[in-house]
Design a binder for this molecule. Sequence first.
Ligand code: NAD
Length: 285
Amino acid sequence: MTTPQLTEEQASVYVENQGMAGRFDGKVVFLTGAGSAIGIGRATALAFAREGARIAAVDVTTDDLAETVELVRATGAEAEAFQADVSKSAEVDRAVAAATERFGEIHILVSNAGIAKKKEFVALTDEEWRGTIDVNLGGAMHCARAVAPQMISRGSGRIISLSSLMGGWWGWSEHVHYNASKAGIEGLTRGLAMELGPHGVTVNAVAPGFVRTAQSMSVEHSLGPEGLALAEPFIPLRRIGDPEDIAEVVLFLASDASRYMTGQTLLADGGVTLGDLSSVFTQPG
Ligand code: NAD
């Protein structure tokens, strides 16, 4: 494998932030779905790293995961790769135990791993239904259950999961299983916030709109590049989101600035849910 390089943009962000007190100095982040080369997970790992965090980078894939770890280390931060399929609780338990042994403790959990598979509802098999629910919702549950005991005994912690515009706002044809899994994330977030709040642990979610990543660029399972281009005029901010846009919201929920928030899902969608139809209609004045 060739040594990965920070892109110019990533490097400039790192240089810009050098010398700033890191909001997450010494904090350990257990981050799933960290292996996607252009995904929200890698952008989040780099954003935490530039603010002093140590990263337990988790994914089911290994090559791109190793690259994420190298990129994080290139910023001067500590990182370690842990391979786990988040849909399997035994693998999650093992990864949490290994990360805890490596770093001492876990302060922040980011359940970002997720899949979107296109399938007409009437043809959806039990396996396909369970496959998506087990990764997207089961994964977040398995990770939260594995890290919660140490957060409870320490009396502090942050749990953040990735929902979606399709969780609490929109329906997505041929993605009923995805819709349901993401709505489940929001229920998990509220229930867990009730149970963990008295222990000083906050539990929140981030719901991205359209973000340019491997998931949304898939022609087979999502909008693909052309679909994303067609969506752009309906977004008041007139652009598809970048993974870094979402990473910043995750960092906010992991930071002290959000200390009095729990059980919430923050929508980061460029305003697409506002219903901007100005590209198709002249709106009544
Ligand atoms: P992505 O496909 O680029 O990355 C997802 C990562 O999760 C990949 O590295 C993949 O290997 C990993 N993963 C998949 N199954 C796994 C498993 N069983 N165990 C461990 N890791 C696994 O996706 P992304 O667009 O960066 O999405 C990140 C999160 O944000 C997902 O939960 C997704 O549903 C959510 N989201 C994305 C968008 C978007 O427009 N991209 C919109 C709303 C929500």
